[in-house]
Design a protein. Sequence first.
Length: 422
Amino acid sequence: MELYPHIKKQDKKVYDAIQGEEKRQAEGLELIPSENYVSRAVREANASSLTNKYSEGYPGKRYYGGQEYTDEVEVFAIERAKKLFGAKYANVQPHAGAPANVGMYFALLEPGDTVLGMDLSHGGHLTHGHPVTYLTKIFNFVRYKMKNIETGEIDYDEMLKVAKKSKPKIVLAGYSAYPRELDYAKFVSIAREVGAYAVMDIAHIAGLIAGKAVKNPFDYGFDIMTTTTHKTLRGPRGGMILTREDADFAKKIDKSIFPGLQGGPLMHNIAAKAVCFGEALNPKFRTYAKQILKNAKAMEKVFKAADIRMITGGTSNHLILADVYGSLGISGKEAETLLDEVGITLNKNSIADDVRGPMDPSGIRFGTPAITTRGFKEKESVRVAELMIETLKNKSDKKKHRAAREEIRKMCKKFPIPESFV
């Protein structure tokens, strides 16, 4: 059956672009650690007739009529999310991870309050207080960094000193480009000592937590977790806020998201979240989550053997941050372009204390969620890492690049993008 026949008939330009993207994904390897492939069921839910419906409010408390099925869908998503993460409350309406974080801030803070979060240059996220965001005009952000870039150790003693001095209302854990696990007990201890909320942004590792492959911050006393629903969780692009047990927090969060921040929720997207959460509750998902870690470790060994420096010395999760400028004399931008040409997609990324600018940094960031979805195991992950290094070390050898491209095409035929995960 032909896909997208109505788009093809009505809007050929958009159809051609979609077809091009379908081909790119099918014939190349996706290593951007914040991207993944979703099931056909998730895509169908995201394209359903629920896109037609306005549903301001929450289940049982909507502002428009005709909500019997939208209420069902949102309740499905909420109940499954709570079960996955051990939460007592869940708000599944945030359109993305950034609005989830913004909604959380406005629920818990007053203008001028302080947040202690990870520095962007050491692996944090823009919404954790980078000066380019509007959040910094409203709230005061102070930052913590790694104590040792080569191991990834966080300077928790310094964190405590900063917390005692700045009196943050939120101690925020979580990251965008940090390859290790955090000491959750220490975060909670610091938060409690200064009377702050303990919040974790699990956007990158939500699937690893749901799949029991890494620790769950709620088990260590975190109050709230924010997240995206794509990435390792393998769902539609969207956000979510989870509350461990405090009903007052949950009520404030609900009001902050609607009507405080967003209008009508994207009910088709929430349906896709519900489907995704159902998939993650399947025992097969635990096997998938653990394989993500095994594949990342396999790639780490190849980079270590090639003497390519990795920030924090390797990985304990799904991603690797490699210093290609310091190790190979290639900028992150050049590496991204070279690898894209052979069918390997990843992203340039700043490294800690980078000597280069953010648009042409020293590092590359890559990970294993998407190739693991395709069925790659350690053997295939090792070969991908080898091809990456061969391509970068022989940047002017077009013959080697063509050979790498052909090998990757063969890999993609052997491991096509699956339609279903259950």
